[in-house]
Design a protein around this ligand. Structure first.
Ligand code: NAD
Ligand code: UDP
Length: 327
C-alpha cells in the first residue's frame, strides 16, 4: 500500500510514518514545506527505498499516486499558527481542498487530522463528537479553529458529492519525543524552561485544563481509524484531565524542584477546559490510550535531554500525583 502523509516531517506525522513503514509492503511519500517540521524527524528514513520526501506546500496542487492519504499538514502550536494567520487559513482550506481533489483523482481513502479546537472554549465537558462547539470566528485562534472546521466541512462534502472514503480524527493535545523545543506549546515550554532552570511561564491563573495524550497512543488511534469503517468524526485523546498549574508542578518537581513560576496574561480565547469523551473511539476502533502521563512525560524528557533524539521507554518512580485537576 502506498501512503501519502502530508506534514510528515512534523511531530505527529514523523511518528505516523515510522509506524506505517513497520508493515511489510507499505511505502510512504512525505509531503512537507518544513514550516514547522524538521529534517531531523525523518533523517533516519533517508535512503530507505520505501520512503520518499517531497518538499511541497499543500496550498499548491500536486499529482501523486496513493492508496491512502493522511492529511496532517498544518502548524499545530498556537504561536506558530498565529504567526501568519492568513497562511494558516489557506493551509486548512486550500491545502485540504487540494488533498481531497488528489484523493478523488486516485481513489484514495482520506484521513483528516482535525482537532479538539473545533469545540472552541467548550461549554460542556467532557466533549463528545455531537457537541457543536463554542468557537470565536473573529479571534486570534480562529485561523486554526475555523480553518479546521471548514476542513471538516470540505471532507464531508467530498464524501456526499463524490462518494470519497473519509476519516476524521479530532485530536486532543498530544505530546512526546520530536516536539520542537521552541514550538511554544505548554509541554515543550515547561520542559525547556525547567531543564534551563528558568521560571515556568504560566498563562492566566493556571486553572485552565487540558488532557494530554502520548504520541504513540495517538498514532495507534489514527491507524485504527484509517483501517476502520467509521466515517464519522472520532475524538482521539487521553481523558486524563489536569490543570496547567498541575502540569507545571509535575514537571517542576521532576526536573527542578523549587523553580519559580512566571505568571503571564491568559491569551485571548484560550479554552478554559478540554477533556475528550472517547466512547466512540472505544466502540468503533477498540482504542483507548495506554501510556500514563508520568510515563509519557518521562519518555519526552529523555528525548529532550538527548536533544530531541528518539527516546526509548523508561519508567519513573520520581513522579508525584498531579494536583488540582478540574472536574
Ligand atoms: P507540527 O507543526 O509538528 O507538524 C505539522 C507539519 O505540517 C510540519 O512538518 C509542517 O512543516 C507541515 N506543514 C505546515 N503547513 C504546511 C503546508 N502548507 N504545506 C506542507 N506542509 C505543511 O504539528 P503536529 O503536532 O505534528 O500536528 C500535526 C497535525 O495534527 C496538524 O494538522 C494539527 O492540526 C493536528 N493536531 C495536532 C495536535 C497536537 O496536540 N499535536 C492536536 C490537534 C490536532
Ligand atoms: N500555556 C502556559 N504556559 C506556556 C504555554 C502554554 O500556561 O508556556 C497554557 C496555554 O495558555 C493553554 C495551555 O497551556 O491554556 C495549553 O497551551 P498549548 O499552546 O500547549 O495548547 P492549546 O492551547 O492549543 O491547547
Amino acid at each position: 500500500m502506498r501512503h501519502l502523509v502530508t506534514g510528515g516531517a512534523g511531530f505527529i506525522g514523523s511518528h505516523l510514518i515510522d509506524t506505517l513503514l513497520k508493515t511489510e509492503g507499505n511505502s510512504v511519500v512525505c509531503l512537507d514545506n518544513f514550516q514547522t517540521g524538521h529534517q531531523r524527524n525523518i533523517a533516519h528514513l533517508i535512503g530507505d527505498p520505501r520512503f520518499e520526501l517531497i518538499r511541497h506546500d499543500v496550498r499548491d496542487p500536486i499529482v501523486i499516486d496513493a492508496d491512502q492519504i493522511w492529511h496532517l499538514a498544518c502548524p499545530a502550536s498556537p504561536p506558530q499558527y498565529q504567526k501568519n494567520p492568513i497562511a494558516t487559513i489557506k493551509t486548512n482550506v486550500l491545502g485540504t481542498l487540494n488533498m481531497l481533489g488528489l484523493a478523488r483523482r486516485c481513489g484514495a481513502r482520506f484521513l483528516l487530522a482535525s482537532t479538539s479546537e473545533i469545540y472552541g472554549d467548550p461549554l460542556v465537558t467532557p466533549q463528545s463528537e455531537s457537541y457543536l462547539g463554542n468557537v470565536s470566528c473573529t479571534g486570534p485562534r480562529a485561523c486554526y479553529d475555523e480553518g479546521k472546521r471548514i476542513a471538516e466541512t470540505l471532507v464531508y462534502d467530498y464524501r456526499r458529492v463524490h462518494g470519497l472514503a473519509v476519516r476524521v480524527a479530532r485530536i486532543f493535545n498530544t505530546y512526546g519525543p520530536r516536539m520542537a523545543a521552541d514550538d511554544g506549546r505548554v509541554v515543550t515550554n515547561f520542559m525547556r524552561q525547567a531543564l534551563a532552570h528558568e521560571p515556568l511561564t504560566i498563562y492566566g491563573d493556571g486553572a485552565q485544563t487540558r488532557s494530554f495524550c502520548f504520541v504513540d497512543d495517538l498514532v495507534a488511534g489514527l491507524t485504527a481509524l484509517m483501517q476502520s469503517s467509521c466515517e464519522q468524526p472520532v475524538n482521539l485523546g487521553n481523558p486524563m484531565e489536569l490543570s496547567v498549574a498541575a502540569l507545571a508542578a509535575l514537571i517542576r518537581d521532576r526536573l527542578c524542584p523549587g523553580l519559580q513560576l512566571d505568571r503571564r496574561p491568559l491569551p485571548l480565547d484560550d479554552p478554559r477546559q478540554r477533556r475528550p469523551d472517547i466512547s466512540r473511539a472505544g466502540k468503533e476502533l477498540g482504542w483507548r490510550p495506554q501510556v500514563s502521563l508520568e510515563e509519557g512525560l518521562e519518555r519526552t524528557i529523555a528525548a529532550f535531554e538527548m536533544g530531541s533524539a528518539e527516546a526509548t521507554g523508561t519508567s519513573s518512580s520520581s513522579w508525584r500525583s498531579p494536583v488540582g485537576p478540574r472536574s
